[in-house]
Design a protein around this ligand. Structure first.
Ligand code: ZN
Length: 369
């Protein structure tokens, strides 16, 4: 493992933002190589490709069918959210620079790698019966919801394919319904299937990757993702989330069990947490060393933008620039250990303006990797 020179383990506060940019660009063990450069040393880890090589574009996984999962008037998890994301990307001049990756429905076997057969049948039965919500929890459904939920999970898998095949340097999947509250047998919290978990299992089973890091910056704890990998040491789950808050899980002492003991890392934070608590203390202070020890082969992001200031369903204070810095930090981890492989999947984010600008800042940082 790389180590910083003695006494140089903190960048000067005044250059913290430039430091984060440097960390990602250098592919540093994020912080560490950038620190070495600040000290005048050579970068410890060379980038995977020459600086002048043509890199493939960032991918966008999106399908208009995602809007067909209807939740009813006034519901915060609305089809308009995806239009806001697309409009934000267009206004930022990013939309035409992204490689579109067409989502496909997830195969049942891919879903069953994370959910029980009973739950899969329950979702299909609930939707076919015309019910207004899942019988397992607080997720509104409509006649197209089963098909759309499969397309959301399959969209994340298709993005994994694109990145693993080298067709895209990284990817952002603008999907709905979101996924991180869906446990093996319970759909809840606006979620049906756990998109990011299914993508992690898919990367392992179909691409032979060993270790996957899932980073969840949604304001809510991803109880479903935690449950799915609770006893699995091959998938590391890291989450910053408001506490106390929905769904009530994600205490610091929830660290996994058995083979998974130590590969769940929760950072519960009080309402009002922002850059200092999330970017600096949790991501830089806790995630970076954990990721350096875990050495993931792929980085997945549960990208919930309800942790942005002004979101109606959360009390965190992250700014658009903070999301860009979080993205750069994760790109540094991906570059260090995973040949740059990073796939981001939309979770929450319910203030339409904030969702648009935050997701654009996130995607812009992805394109600058
Ligand atoms: Zn959320």
């Amino acid at each position: 493992m790389n180590r910083p020179p003695p006494g140089r383990d903190e960048p000067p506060p005044s250059s913290r933002r430039a430091f984060l940019r440097d960390a990602a660009r250098a592919g540093a063990a994020a912080a560490l190589a950038a620190v070495a450069r600040h000290a005048g040393a050579q970068p410890m880890n060379a980038p995977d490709r020459p600086a002048d090589a043509e890199a493939p574009p960032t991918a966008l996984g999106y399908d208009d069918a995602y809007k067909l999962h209807r939740t009813g008037e006034g519901h915060p998890e609305s089809p308009e959210r995806l239009q806001a994301v697309l409009d934000g990307l267009r206004q930022a001049g990013l939309l035409d620079r992204l490689r579109r990756v067409a989502p496909r429905p997830a195969a049942e076997q891919e879903v069953l790698a994370c959910h029980t057969e009973t739950y899969l049948r329950t979702v299909r039965r609930d939707v076919e019966s015309g019910a207004g919500s899942l019988s397992t929890g607080d997720t509104t459904i409509s006649p197209e919801s089963y098909r759309v939920a499969l397309l959301a999970a399959g969209g994340a898998c298709a993005a994994v394919d694109a990145v693993l095949a080298g067709k895209a340097r990284n990817a952002f999947c603008a999907v709905r319904p979101p996924g991180h509250h869906a446990t093996p047998e319970v759909g809840m919290g606006f979620c049906i299937f756990n998109n990011v978990a299914i993508a992690a299992r898919y990367a392992q089973k179909c691409h032979g990757l060993g270790k996957v890091l899932i980073v969840d910056w949604d304001v809510h704890h991803g109880n479903g993702t935690q449950d799915i990998f609770w006893r699995d040491g091959s998938v590391f789950y890291f989450s910053t989330h408001q506490s106390p808050w929905y769904p009530g899980t994600g205490r610091e002492d929830e660290i996994g069990e058995g083979a998974g003991r130590g590969t769940t890392l929760n950072c519960p934070l009080a309402a009002g947490a922002g850059r200092k608590e999330i970017v600096e203390e949790a991501f830089q202070g806790k995630l970076l060393p954990a990721a350096a020890a875990f050495k993931p082969d792929l980085v997945l992001v549960s990208a919930g933008f309800d942790s942005r200031a002004g979101d109606p369903l959360g009390g965190f204070l992250l700014s658009d620039e903070d999301f860009a810095d979080l993205t750069r930090l994760l790109l540094g981890i991906a570059r260090d250990h995973a040949s740059g492989r990073l796939v981001s999947v939309l979770e929450g984010g319910y203030a339409l303006d904030g969702l648009a600008s935050a997701s654009a800042a996130h995607v812009r940082a992805l394109t600058e990797a």
